[in-house]
Design a binder for this molecule. Structure first.
Ligand SMILES: Nc1nc2c(ncn2[C@@H]2O[C@H](COP(=O)(O)OP(=O)(O)OP(=O)(O)O)[C@@H](O)[C@H]2O)c(=O)[nH]1
Ligand SMILES: [Mg+2]
Length: 205
């Protein structure tokens, strides 16, 4: 059975203190990471998923600008990217535009993306509502799903992985991601088809 286990690699991307490490702890260990400790390099945890059919490996990255170089080398091998911002800090949503461009140029064209607003437990004020609206707009522009989560309460955390994994498994099934994936240049026409059928995740702003 373990021979057939599919290993799926995801990366958590976003600014300082948006909750990337908290996501990792919540999804993999079902615990809340209350005390903030700045991530200084790439860390990863894994979880057996879907009754053992998949092993999900999630790479946590530093949000601090001058530490980010440590994560770029992992982009190429990632099957999916979880783009996280803090719903109580609108700038962290805008910061993701740069991350998106970096991902588009460095990752597999078949990698799947998801936009995630964390700390949905925050106070719902005018700024929060405006950030929600902006996030939905950005997700529509990029043709990627948008979820609101709370690592504190656990709300929707599993749904993020469920949605991403569903799309990634389709790409693996098509031979576009994983060990069977072919040369990206040769697959360019396939990519165009994906863009028009499902909406693509990797067009530049
Ligand atoms: N209220 C609230 N706080 C959260 C939530 N998720 C994380 N936090 C808090 O936000 C702070 C930062 O969380 P981290 O997960 O360490 O942030 P990070 O994105 O890994 O930050 P860097 O490692 O610096 O890039 C911590 O104090 C967490 O407890 C949440 O859903 N709600
Ligand atoms: Mg961290």
């Amino acid at each position: 059975m373990s021979d057939q286990q599919i290993v799926i690699k995801y990366m958590l991307i976003g600014s300082n203190m948006v909750g990337k490490s908290a996501f990792l702890a919540r999804f993999c260990e079902n615990r809340y990471l209350q005390i903030y400790e700045e991530s200084k390099g790439v860390d990863f945890k894994q979880k057996i998923y879907d009754n053992g059919k998949c092993k999900i490996c999630i790479f946590d990255t530093p949000g601090t600008m001058n530490l980010r170089y440590s994560s770029y080398g992992f982009y190429k091998g990632a099957f999916g990217f979880i783009l996280i911002f803090d719903m109580s800090r609108p700038q962290t949503l805008q910061d993701l535009r740069d991350d998106f461009s970096k991902i588009a140029s460095q990752s597999s064209q078949y990698a799947q993306l998801i936009l995630v607003g964390n700390k949905s437990d925050s106070e719902v004020n005018q700024e929060y509502i405006e950030t929600q609206r902006e996030a939905q707009k950005m997700a529509n522009e990029l043709h990627i799903p948008y979820f609101e989560i709370s690592c504190l309460t656990g709300q929707n955390v599993d749904l993020v992985i469920e949605d991403l994994t569903k799309r990634v498994l389709i790409q693996i099934g098509n031979g576009n991601l994983g060990s069977k994936s072919g040369n990206q240049t040769q697959n360019r026409q396939k990519d165009e088809n994906i863009r028009s059928e499902n909406g693509c995740c990797c067009s530049i702003f």
